[in-house]
Design a protein around this ligand. Structure first.
Ligand code: GRG
Length: 300
């Protein structure tokens, strides 16, 4: 049976948002300015793709319902949101529109935006530790989940390293392999981590973890290629963030290096790789396969 993806995403978003509400301090909790800034960006209506990947990977790995993976889903969304807040800062991409609203530093000031990002990143790991202490996620799975997440969010193989490659590449003529490396680090690593860490909560055989890793890696690259295509072809209103930024900032993208048609073909190829990685999961992999279609067809 085909998965109803809009329904699935809406349900997973509702679950993770309720969970985040129970974890993130209220805007009335001291220091109020910090918590208001964190909540401004966190509860701003993102697609919640990474939490959906965490939960559906946990289900595909044998955890049905995947509720015990909610702390991991929340941690992924906190880390993703921190990266968006910092990415938008004047010293980084200098953007004033995100998730359809003014960026964190525009509303709350630069210092509070930096600290909101820091607090979301650290809260993600605190929350995982607490969830394991309370028996919500298996304690035996925690070390690998934390290590995978830290590696994929950080350096040398993860998102922060990718951001540095991206900054260093600005205004330069990059070749295809350099663009590939930026995309895999900056965006792909956290998407792969979502799939692997979600799966790990189910403590499955190693073959399933490997399949989820391969799926996540291909999906992550497809996601960023589609992002490049949308940046070149869509509008600010449709995206809820600034369109046409890559060209304006002199960034090399899949579109600038390969052209629009080849970028579309590569996104399709990576989508096929992602679906292929799910073969060993049988029917249980169907929701993840449907999420591939969503990533390829998305308009924002
Ligand atoms: C450490 C100061 C400091 C900065 C680091 C790590 C970092 C800044 C930035 C990460 C790079 C980044 C933001 C990559 C972009 C990935 C991307 C395409 C994000 C958009 O994801 P969506 O479309 O967003 O899933 P929503 O809003 O739907 O969640």
């Amino acid at each position: 049976m085909r998965t109803d993806v809009p329904h699935l995403l809406a349900e997973r978003a509702r679950e993770v948002e309720a969970h985040l509400e129970s974890v993130v301090p209220s805007a009335e909790t001291t220091p109020t300015a910090l918590h208001a800034a964190m909540r401004h960006s966190l509860f701003a209506g993102g697609k919640r793709l990474r939490p959906a990947l965490v939960l559906e990977s946990a289900r595909a790995a044998g955890l049905d319902p995947p509720t015990p993976a909610l702390p991991v889903a929340a941690a992924l969304e906190m880390i993703h949101t921190y990266s968006l807040i910092h990415d938008d800062l004047p010293c980084m991409d200098d953007d004033d529109l995100r998730r359809g609203r003014p960026t964190c530093h525009v509303v709350h000031g630069e210092a509070m935006a930096i600290l909101a990002g820091d607090a979301l990143l650290t809260l993600a790991f605190t929350h995982l530790g607490e969830a394991a202490q309370r028996g919500l996620i298996p304690a035996a799975a925690l070390p690998r989940i934390v290590t995978t997440l830290g590696r994929c969010a950080g350096t040398p193989g993860g998102m922060v390293a990718g951001q540095v490659l991206d900054i260093e590449g600005e205004g330069k003529e990059l070749d295809a392999s350099a663009v590939d490396a930026i995309h895999r680090h900056k965006t792909g690593a956290l998407i792969e981590a979502s799939c692997v860490c979600g799966g790990l909560v189910a403590e499955p055989p190693e073959g399933i973890v490997k399949a989820l890793s391969q799926y996540g890696r291909a999906l992550g690259l497809a996601f960023q290629i589609v992002d490049d295509i949308l940046d070149a072809t869509s509008t600010c209103v449709a995206l809820g963030k600034t369109a046409g930024k890559d060209i304006a900032q002199g960034k090399a993208t899949y579109v600038s290096v390969h052209g629009l048609e080849a970028a579309r073909a590569e996104a399709k190829h990576q989508a096929e790789q992602a679906r292929g990685a799910l073969a060993s999961l049988g029917e249980r992999g169907e929701p993840l396969a449907s999420l591939v279609d969503f990533v390829i067809q998305r308009q924002r």
